[in-house]
Design a protein around this ligand. Sequence first.
Ligand SMILES: Cc1cc2nc3c(=O)[nH]c(=O)nc-3n(C[C@H](O)[C@H](O)[C@H](O)COP(=O)(O)O)c2cc1C
Length: 358
Amino acid sequence: MLKTELTRILEIQYPIFQAPMAGGPATPRLAAAVSNAGGVGSLGAGYLTPEQIRSAVRETGRLTDRPFGVNLFVPEEANTPKEAIDGMNAYLDRYRAKLGVAPGPSISRFAESFEEQVQVLLEEKLPVFSFTFGIPSREVIEAFKQRGTFVIGTATTVEEGIRLQAAGVDAVVAQGSEAGGHRGTFATSAADALIGTMALVPQMADHLSVPVIASGGIMDGRGLAASLVLGASAAQMGTAFLTSAESGAHAAHKRKLLASQEDSTEITTAYSGKAARGIRTEFMDDMRSYTGTLPDYPIQNALTRDIRQAAAQADNPEFMSLWAGQGLRLARDQRTAAEIVEQTIKQARERLSSIRSQ
Ligand SMILES: Cc1cc2nc3c(=O)[nH]c(=O)nc-3n(C[C@H](O)[C@H](O)[C@H](O)COP(=O)(O)O)c2cc1C
């Protein structure tokens, strides 16, 4: 029971993926712990330099001999005029002043080079490569596949899933609107792609021949069982692992997760210029009154970085990005990643057999 196409292909024990979570939470320790427990752990490497990626991949490889993944952000064109960037940079000085950060930083580079990040991953011969925010070139996807790497794309609509399958991916994450973190939407507007996991997964499963991985709001065995019944081959869980012992999430982020509920999150573009779901903060509320043009991702992300970092250092969650999914009232403290995997599997088995026996 609980054997699926993906557990067979990847030769893993359980159909559970730990979501890649860039920005600190998905450490080598967390990814390796999930893989060692029989699922697939993942590093969120989108913001890392190529050398940071190499050392994180090697460290994870030292901690587990099971399959694990690394996730990158597919770059996109940012079309923000210079005046809009300068206007936002000046506006953000009010938060910098509050947090004791120098005003008006000059930022020469908004994101790491995707090509260089990919190059390191190709050299390191990864078991699993996943990506979000778009589709890399056919050459990149083929290069991974030729090295035996299993390639996973992220879709928030069936149309995106169809495009990913046509581009040659081996599996598709169906990211429902409940999901914490950035929306992977790339073929339509983020506002039009807020399809709940319950509606998205079966429609994706009906239209794709590659395996579908359900994601968004899945916190325990009930969510896993539901995902499999809806036609998914595995569940990808992010928020559930954020409060695990091995998670690298900031203590203030963990505290807020454990004190929040299903209506505490909101989708915002204020932190990065791209739609993402997180726990509501003073920064999100306050940025609503900004009347200028909000710079595109990754520009806005780079502009707010010093504010987020200073807030983290000051243990002030109100100016940090507290990404979280809508299932967050189910988040629990003091569990190891292995316990989360084991309890999720146990509960899914119990639920499925109790339904069958009725
Ligand atoms: C803190 C955090 C960071 C995330 N970072 C990434 C990322 O780097 N790459 C990615 O593909 N998805 C990222 N996601 C989204 C997850 O892959 C996944 O869709 C989401 O966690 C599922 O919803 P859940 O949080 O309700 O389980 C992130 C999610 C969270 C909560």
